[in-house]
Design a protein around this ligand. Structure first.
Ligand code: NIG
Ligand code: FE
Length: 387
């Protein structure tokens, strides 16, 4: 869009910049934002706002930075509704269903995969997700992983190579890890920014995970880890030791895991949609926050353990089920996600930041948790452009 836009009469503005307003959310009342060239150009009081080419009247509604969903598995085919049904009737989640999705994904054409990503990306965007990370991990062959990442790259720069999701059926684990670290990594690196590994009993152990992460790092990728989802294990400690941007899940943590997260620069990314959909105990967000760890919230959108694309739903779960305050949960879903992707241009509204801004059909961000399940995101500006 050419020309500047003034968003005015914002009843409550969340900036996430404490120098711009009250508390960690940098809250301001009666605010206005000017957007130029896809960036925030001015923030201040609505009564003193400069003129702009276009005016968007927020009419007293709340405005906030777009959500940053730092963990999503969108490249897949089929669904696993029957597996979900069985779980809700008492079966346990083991991650074994990943192989069902791998078979469906390999059998799908590029256009089918692309259409599925577009559908889920659209859902997320309409619910306010303006930055999204997308992983591979349902191809698990050189060609299918590279294809998944090539398609993911059409939708986001935040792409993650997750060839080490599980060992595919019929493969020797050590042989497979060698392929992931060699030929598969080579084929995927051109389309990937990050490497990830599912470090868990039944997936990859500490040594295998270290090999994958070190190979990814040597190829120039940043590190992320699926860690401590189903059990306490080496994942979190490995993530912190290797300086990963994020350890994701963090559901089962020892005191030393919590201390490591609090002392390092690895973000603890919590994925409450997974606990909701696997009917499992939620991660202890309070323990992490009280220890001083940086916490992010993300959807983990995938057909097995968490088939939601909704960041507002995750915020509501975090508040109700994980004892996060509404302010902590909103922070984690915006700037927390940005930290987990090592980005400082998103998740905040300050001069120079990307103009990713949401208006809620509500007077305050508190309504995101107070009115769960209600589609409150009424306007989404992505790079300054209304959807
Ligand atoms: O993050 N834990 C590993 N991967 C996904 C689940 C994938 C699946 O069940 O298909 C997760 O929960
Ligand atoms: Fe995941």
């Amino acid at each position: 869009m050419s020309g500047s836009t003034l968003v005015t009469n914002i009843g409550e503005l969340v900036t996430n910049d404490p120098s711009l307003g009250d508390g960690p959310l940098g809250l301001r009342r009666h605010a206005a934002v000017v957007i130029d060239n896809g960036r925030v150009a001015w923030i201040g009081d609505a009564r003193t706002a400069p003129a702009a080419d276009t005016v968007l009247d927020a009419d007293g509604r709340a405005a906030l930075p777009g959500f940053v969903d730092s963990h999503a598995h969108l490249v897949f085919a089929g669904d696993r509704a029957a597996e979900f049904g069985a779980r809700m009737a008492g079966e346990a989640y083991t991650g074994g269903g990943i192989r069902t999705t791998v078979a469906a994904t390999r059998a799908a054409g590029d256009d089918e995969l692309r259409a599925n990503v577009a559908r889920l990306r659209g859902e997320a965007l309409r619910q306010g997700t303006t930055t999204i990370e997308i992983k591979s991990g349902y191809g698990l062959s050189v060609a299918d992983e590279a294809r998944s990442l090539r398609i993911a790259r059409e939708f986001t720069d935040e792409t993650t190579f997750l060839g080490a999701h599980v060992v595919p059926a019929g493969r020797d684990p050590d042989d497979y890890v060698a392929e992931v670290c060699g030929e598969m990594l080579g084929a995927c690196t051109p389309y990937a920014k990050w490497v990830d590994v599912f470090c868990e009993r039944g997936a990859f152990d500490g040594e295998q995970s270290r090999a994958v992460l070190e190979a990814g790092r040597a190829a120039g990728l940043g590190l992320r880890v699926h860690a401590n989802q189903l059990d306490e294990g080496p994942g979190v400690r490995l993530a912190v030791e290797l300086g990963a941007a994020s350890a994701d899940h963090c559901t089962h943590l020892s005191d030393s895991d919590v201390a490591a997260l609090a002392g390092g620069d690895t973000v603890a990314t919590l994925l409450p949609g997974a606990e909701f959909s696997t009917r499992s105990p939620y991660p202890d967000a309070r323990r992490l926050l009280d220890a001083g760890a940086t916490v992010a919230l993300a959807t983990d959108c995938n057909p097995g353990s968490s088939y939601t694309s909704s960041m507002p739903f995750c915020v509501a779960l975090a508040v109700r089920e994980m004892r996060m305050t509404p302010a902590e949960a909103l922070w984690a879903a915006t700037v927390g996600g940005a930290r987990a992707l090592r980005r400082d241009d998103v998740g905040v509204l300050r001069v120079g930041a990307r103009a990713d801004l949401l208006l809620l059909d509500a007077p305050s961000y508190l309504h995101l948790a107070y009115r769960p399940g209600v589609p409150l995101v009424s306007t989404v500006l992505l790079n300054g452009v209304p959807l």
